[in-house]
Structure formats: structure tokens, C-alpha cells
Design a protein around this ligand. Structure first.
Ligand code: ASP
Length: 315
């Protein structure tokens, strides 16, 4: 399923996850607002990476998606999040994995990119790093999350048994459905630079310590001005094995358009490992595609003309 276009100028694309779930009206409105805010950055001559961060911050802060304020609870009762950001002029990137207690993991990833000599910080160290920069704290658990926590056994051995039981009960390649999905964005600015970002609370029933594709450069995101940008959503265990974002961008580097590159990579994912996923794909000349092999993908795009396009199916 795809939506391709050829906008003349700057453009931003965003998504709120791919899977079986349909988009709610509130999620659709939030995606629209996030696209407008991201586009405003581009329109005033701002950088693609700023537009991506701005857009993702709105999605993270909404509590409507499985990211930031809305990140899902994991089996041991913690909310650990992954995020990454990349810009395509000199291939700078930053990421955090297993970060806790922050409302905007995408900003933590951006700070790693801008303020360290590293690409990826993980766990407690990433959380401490965010605290050092006084990033906004994640809001307290919702009533539903507190209720879910009460179902988690109290002793460590009971908890581990439950975690393993639930983990083993997952069908291969299968995934439970939460309320909201991972979020992501890609953008093209006036200087011709592309950027990509992703932010997530992970997948249901994940073992503590599990890291998905979203903070892994080349897997969940990639951006290169010479070939294009991609941001992925779907089961990380599948996306990682095919380094999907880089796979798509590499296909564009040898001449495929965004829709073709996405279709070929998603077909390979389905054929080789029975995976299903969704992708935002943007070429340096502004051509783009939103493509998914899941039943739905909440996503949209805006190039400043008319109103933002937001849907949960792209055919
Ligand atoms: N890719 C995310 C992960 O595996 C989940 C998602 O996109 O829904 O952590």
C-alpha cells in the first residue's frame, strides 16, 4: 500500500505506528497537528532534523501513542523507551535505548547527537544523561497502567516466571496490540537535507533488556542526502534482521524511487522472514511514499498545500 507524490518544496511525513489497529480520531488530529508544527519549522527555513524532532515531540507528549508520555508498561512494570534521530548532510546520528522517566526520548537522542562523540547511549546511563540536561519528566502512570501493574506478581521469581511465560506464549513474528503505536517522522528542508527519527515504548510482552529497531541506525531510521530517508515501524525483531531503513535507502541510491524501494524491501521482509512493517520514505528530490504490509498504518504528510493528509491506510 503506498502513497507517492512529487512536492515542489519542503515536506514532512509522520506516523503513529503500523499494525492491526485503526487510528482513533484523537490520534488523527494529533498527527495533523504534529505535521503542521513540523512543517512550520521547514517553512521558516529551519533544518529537517529540527522539524523531525518537533513533530515527534508532539506525538510523544500527547500520550496517545506508544512513545514518551504514552509509552506502554513492560512486564516488570517499567516503561523503557527507545529513540533515534539522523540527518543526511554529514550522516550525524544520535540514539537512546531503554531510557526511563523522560517525556521526550527523541530530544535525548538529539542531545546525544549534538553534545557527545557517541551515537547510542543505553539504560540507566541514558536516563542519567537526560537528567543532566533537565529534560521534562514522563507523567505518572495512568489509571489503566496502575491497574495493569497490580496484576504483576510481587516476588522477583514470580515476576520472572510470568515474563518468560508471556514471552514464550508469543507466536513467532506475532505481536500484541496496544492502544497506540510507535511514532516516527522524516523531513526534507530547503537546503536539500533529509532527516529521520523514531520513538517507541517497544512491543508488548518484551523481556526487560530487549532493544528494538527504533534506536538502531540503519534498522529503524536512516537519512542520507545522497539517497534519501526512511523511518520504520513494526516488529523490531524482523526489521533489525533486514536492516530495513538502510535497505530501503540503499535501493534508492541505485535508482529506485521511494515507492519501489519500500515495496521491494517490504516484500523481501515478508518473503524471507514473514515480517510485516510500515515505512515512511523520502527521496532528496521530495518524492515520497508511505507504505505498509500491515492492515493499517496511522500516518500522514504535508507539503504546505491544502491541509495535511492523515489516514490509517495507504493504498
Ligand atoms: N519497532 C518498534 C519496536 O520493535 C515497535 C513498533 O514499531 O510498533 O520496538
Amino acid at each position: 500500500m503506498t502513497r507517492a507524490g512529487r512536492p515542489s518544496n519542503v515536506i514532512i511525513l509522520a506516523h503513529g505506528g503500523a499494525g492491526a489497529r485503526k487510528m482513533t480520531a484523537a490520534q488523527g488530529n494529533c498527527l495533523g497537528d504534529a505535521l503542521v508544527a513540523g512543517h512550520a519549522v521547514l517553512k521558516r527555513g529551519g533544518a529537517a532534523v529540527d522539524a523531525v524532532e518537533t513533530t515527534i515531540r508532539i506525538l510523544e507528549g500527547s500520550g496517545l501513542f506508544n512513545a514518551g508520555a504514552g509509552a506502554r508498561l513492560q512486564l516488570d512494570g517499567a516503561r523503557r523507551m527507545d529513540a533515534s534521530i539522523m540527518e543526511g548532510s554529514v550522516l550525524r546520528a544520535g540514539a537512546v535505548a531503554g531510557i526511563e522517566q523522560v517525556r521526550h526520548p527523541i530530544t535525548a537522542a538529539r542531545l546525544v547527537m549534538d553534545n557527545t562523540a557517541h551515537v547510542l547511549l543505553m539504560g540507566d546511563h541514558a536516563t542519567r544523561f537526560a537528567r543532566h540536561f533537565k529534560l521534562d519528566r514522563q507523567p505518572p502512570l495512568t489509571k489503566a497502567q496502575r491497574k495493569a501493574l497490580r496484576g504483576i506478581p510481587l516476588t522477583e521469581s514470580q515476576r520472572q516466571t510470568l515474563i518468560l511465560y508471556k514471552y514464550l506464549a508469543l507466536s513467532p513474528g506475532g505481536r500484541g496490540e496496544g492502544e497506540g503505536g510507535t511514532v516516527g517522522a522524516v523531513a526534507l528542508d530547503r537546503s536539500g537535507t533529509v532527516a529521520a527519527g523514531a520513538s517507541t515504548g517497544g512491543i508488548p510482552f518484551m523481556l526487560p533488556g530487549r532493544v528494538g529497531d527504533s534506536p538502531l541506525i540503519g534498522c529503524g531510521v536512516y537519512a542520507d542526502n545522497e539517497s534519501g530517508a526512511a523511518s520504520m515501524t513494526g516488529l523490531g525483531e524482523s526489521i533489525i534482521r533486514l536492516t530495513m531503513a538502510k535497505e530501503i535507502v540503499d535501493r534508492m541510491a541505485v535508482g529506485a524511487g521511494p515507492a519501489t524501494a519500500a515495496r521491494q524491501a517490504l516484500t523481501k521482509l515478508a518473503k524471507r522472514i514473514e515480517g510485516a512493517a510500515g515505512a515512511l520514505v523520502l527521496a532528496p528530490d521530495g518524492r515520497f511514499a508511505i507504505r505498509h504490509t500491515t492492515p493499517h498504518m496511522s500516518a500522514g504528510w504535508w507539503n504546505g498545500k491544502g491541509t495535511p493528509v492523515v489516514r490509517d491506510r495507504f493504498t
